[in-house]
Write a protein that binds this ligand. Structure first.
Ligand SMILES: Cc1ncc(COP(=O)(O)O)c(C=O)c1O
Length: 447
């Protein structure tokens, strides 16, 4: 696919320089593509122009982090204004308190909050807080779920049929070579949406578990909302056994005005946030139950979890985040979710017209495509093998190079509020062309 003729000279040249200074030529593998990454020059709203002059419609939005697209004027103004006053001090700022007030007010489960610099850091601090609070060492997480790159959170994220083991007791598959055995031992992996097996695994480890970590619409598991009865069963079990129930809403906070958790009649003990709450700047947050959050409290006689971070709650991120979240009010949430549902409806019509075995999962303003005859409901059903990954890469290259559409590499879209009917029509037309072109290959491997 990469032999599609596009203007790419500047990107090719820049990549040669990049390889001289950065391992593999990149600082984040997400942007890598063969034979070379493309480089951005400018971006506004839903459009990104690369350094060779090609403009593309953006349905990736920096991996779901730009809820208002690129360079939203109100965010640009707020950040520019703050930059003139200073970007980081060894002092607190009023803006971090205002932003904290906004988020705490927005979600009844957030009694206290702390800011950090990434989703990875938020999940890590949250897990450590559960250990500090309970005095136990193990955590339980879903097979295949992505929670960032903390050793413990990372386990089983790249499980494959060769490594995942028996569904009754999935293996603790490490991501990085050299992951300590202790980490593997301390992560209990359960099959998402499988009540009986999950409860059995939790029960077998109940004396040692600090928390059960849940992403209510896990992207990598398959991007389907967690089954309510399943979540209720886990919740009940955690209450009975005094194990904390913690949510990763780094991505799913966008789904409703106060996060995907508000769709369920439970209160997670803690929640990790990130992505959209930074208004386009690096961010993370841990929020939740006051008593558990007190492990971070420096005024306590015993400080159970010292917690800092040079750029935590820096005023640039705080003003950008506050502006972004003020703009993401309940009407904006309704509108973006409506636009995504219009897109899904149009795409389903395309799928029907082209007559290809594709199913769509998702929630709110995000959705993912699967080459399946039936909608998948757990990780092993939605797992993309090597052949499927190759086809997805070819389709996404075609979308990027020929149709000028950017999507997320699992074959997903994460909308921004700047996406209108015009961009949805572009996406639908482009997918019509792509699915028609790749129909024989999709049919050959659909399960
Ligand atoms: C569900 C989830 N949790 C955590 C993270 C980690 O966030 P970050 O990339 O900001 O470290 C991600 C990133 O994609 C994510 O999707």
């Amino acid at each position: 696919m990469s032999n599609i003729q596009v203007n790419r000279t500047n990107s090719q040249n820049l990549y040669k320089r990049a390889k001289e200074v950065m391992t593999g030529g990149v600082s984040r593998n997400t942007i890598f593509r063969r034979p070379h990454p493309f480089y951005a020059a400018t971006a506004l709203g839903s459009y990104v122009t690369d350094i060779d002059g090609t403009e593309r419609v953006d349905f990736a939005n920096n991996m779901a982090s730009l809820i208002h697209g690129h360079s939203h004027p109100a965010i640009v103004e707020a950040v520019t204004d703050q930059m003139r006053k200073g970007t980081a001090y060894t002092l607190g700022t009023q803006i971090e308190i205002e932003f904290g007030e906004l988020l705490v007010k927005r979600n009844y489960n957030f009694e206290k909050i702390r800011f950090v610099n990434s989703g990875t850091e938020a999940v890590m601090s949250m897990i450590k807080a559960t250990r500090a609070y309970t005095g136990r060492e193990k955590i339980a997480k879903a097979e295949g779920a992505y929670h960032g790159t903390y050793d413990f959170a990372e386990i089983s994220q790249i499980a494959t049929p060769n490594t995942w083991g028996d569904i009754d007791k999935p293996n603790s598959v490490p991501v990085a070579f050299g992951t300590p055995q202790g980490v593997k031992n301390d992560v209990i992996v359960f099959p998402y949406n499988d009540t009986e097996r999950t409860l059995k695994l939790l029960e077998d480890n109940k004396e040692e578990l600090a928390c059960v970590l849940i992403d209510p619409v896990s992207h990598r598991v398959g991007m389907f909302p967690i089954d309510e009865d399943y979540l209720m069963a886990i919740h009940k079990w955690t209450r009975k056994n005094k194990v904390l129930l913690v949510f990763d809403e780094v991505v799913t906070y966008r789904v409703t005005y106060n996060g995907a958790q508000s769709k369920y009649p439970i209160r997670p003990d803690l929640t990790a946030l990130g992505k959209i709450i930074g208004g386009g700047f690096p961010v993370g947050a841990i929020a939740g139950n006051e008593e558990i959050m007190s492990v971070f409290d420096p005024t306590r006689r015993i400080l159970k979890q010292p917690h800092s971070g040079t750029f935590s709650a820096n005023p640039i991120t705080m003003v950008a985040g506050k502006t972004a979240m003020e703009l993401y009010d309940s009407q904006a949430v309704k509108d973006i979710n409506h636009m995504a549902s219009v897109a899904k409806k149009q795409i389903r019509e395309v799928v029907k017209e082209v007559d290809v075995p594709i199913k769509i999962t998702g929630a709110g303003s995000m959705f993912r495509f699967h080459f399946r005859h039936k909608v998948p409901s757990h990780f092993r059903e939605s797992y993309q093998d090597k052949e499927e990954r190759k086809l997805i890469t070819d389709i996404l290259d075609y979308m990027f190079l020929r149709e000028n559409i950017m999507m997320i590499n699992t074959f997903s879209c994460m909308f921004s509020t700047t996406i209108s009917q015009r961009e949805v029509d572009k996406l639908t037309d482009a997918l019509f062309n792509a699915l028609t072109k790749f129909k024989p290959r999709i049919e050959a491997l659909a399960k």
